[in-house]
Design a protein around this ligand. Structure first.
Ligand SMILES: Cc1ncc(COP(=O)(O)O)c(C=O)c1O
Length: 347
């Protein structure tokens, strides 16, 4: 992957020189878009300079396009735990927004059924970024379709990990080629590169090329990042067992954390959420993990609601027995700390 990035820089430069519609499109961008579409089973893909921008652009441009020729005739329905980039996208969409409780399909259906707007966008992550559970994608798609909406699924934490060979949770749910499903991905997590993409029907990516401000007015993804992501997709295609290994390792980390008496969210991909409660507990837990050589994410408000601070453990396919031993030591100390603070024994 690194060698591909170096070759990409030598051939095309460190930067893309301009926006995609001016001078920024290279053969690498076209190759990456073809490879992403093929890998995720979507008809087409459009690459952005970040996953954040892919989300901003997909939601804002689709809300406007679905409403056309009227303005504001699209309802946007967003899961309460969606990533900040989706939250910002919904706010910028100039549409009425309903935020539904986490993974609550009934609430989504009620919002869709009761809307005065003609069109609707339902926005969710597939593998949630903080806690790591999967969204009920099939049920969400069914209610979205029944009510004439479009489902936007952010697969940032699913690409490369969830689904067969890492093709994503939407693929696994049988939604990869559905015309009313729009997926966004980041190239920065399992692919180890940088950038983002929308994978969807040709009509959708075409609309984003014509109207998506984050596509039209942003310098194209840097060629070394495009080359790196392309190489990562080749690795994933050649070694489909990597994704299953990452998921198995996530389940093993979850079991270790559970055995340590911690409150664990069942992982849907590589992320294992451990709910701790107070922000100070989460900061302390991260320090404890660092003392044992274990790097974890620590999520506090405003990333999560008050009282729901947590650790995010992230598995990779190549974790070793020593890595698991270190995780066991670190998490048992965290479990003991939490038990002593809360005054309850381990369960
Ligand atoms: C769920 C989710 N969506 C989008 C993003 C943004 O992607 P990027 O970092 O490529 O901008 C992230 C995190 O980085 C994320 O966790």
């Amino acid at each position: 992957v690194v060698t591909a990035a170096q070759a990409g820089a030598r051939e095309w430069g460190a930067g893309a020189t301009g926006s995609r519609l001016v001078t920024g499109s290279t053969a690498l961008h076209a190759d990456l878009e073809r490879a992403l579409a093929a890998f995720t089973g979507a008809p087409s893909a459009l690459v952005f300079s970040s996953g954040y921008l892919a989300n901003l652009t997909a939601v804002t441009a689709l809300a406007a396009a679905l409403s056309y020729p009227a303005r504001g005739d699209t309802l946007v329905v967003s899961d309460a735990r969606n990533h900040a980039s989706l939250v910002d996208a919904c706010r910028l969409a100039r549409a009425r927004l309903v935020v539904t409780p986490h993974r609550d399909v009934g609430a989504v259906e009620r919002a869709l059924a009761g809307r005065p707007e003609r069109a609707a966008l339902v926005v969710t992550e597939s593998a949630f970024s903080v806690g790591g559970p999967l969204a009920p994608l099939r049920a969400l798609h069914r209610v979205t379709r029944d009510h004439g909406g479009v489902l936007v699924i952010d697969e940032a934490h699913a690409l490369g990990v969830a689904g067969p060979g890492g093709r994503g949770a939407a693929w696994e749910a049988g939604l990869a080629a559905e015309p009313d499903v729009v997926r966004t991905v980041t190239l920065s997590k399992a692919l180890g590169a940088q950038g983002g993409a929308v994978v969807a029907a040709d009509e959708v990516t075409g609309t984003l090329v014509d109207t998506g401000r984050g596509f039209i007015f942003d310098t194209a993804l840097a060629p070394p990042s495009a080359a790196a992501a392309l190489a990562s997709l080749a690795v994933l295609s050649a070694q489909p067992g990597l994704a299953e290994a990452a998921r198995a390792n996530a389940r093993r980390l979850a079991a270790i954390a559970t055995d340590a008496g911690l409150d664990v969210i069942e992982p849907g991909a590589a992320v294992v959420g451990v709910t701790l409660g107070g922000a100070a507990d989460a900061v302390n837990a991260r320090l404890r993990c660092a003392e044992h050589g274990v790097l974890v994410g620590c999520f506090r408000p405003p990333s999560v609601p008050d009282g729901q601070s947590c650790l995010r453990l992230t598995a990779r396919a190549t974790l070793t027995a020593e890595d698991f031993a270190a995780a066991t030591r670190a998490l048992s100390v965290v479990g003991a700390d939490i038990a002593s603070v809360s005054g309850v024994g381990r369960n």
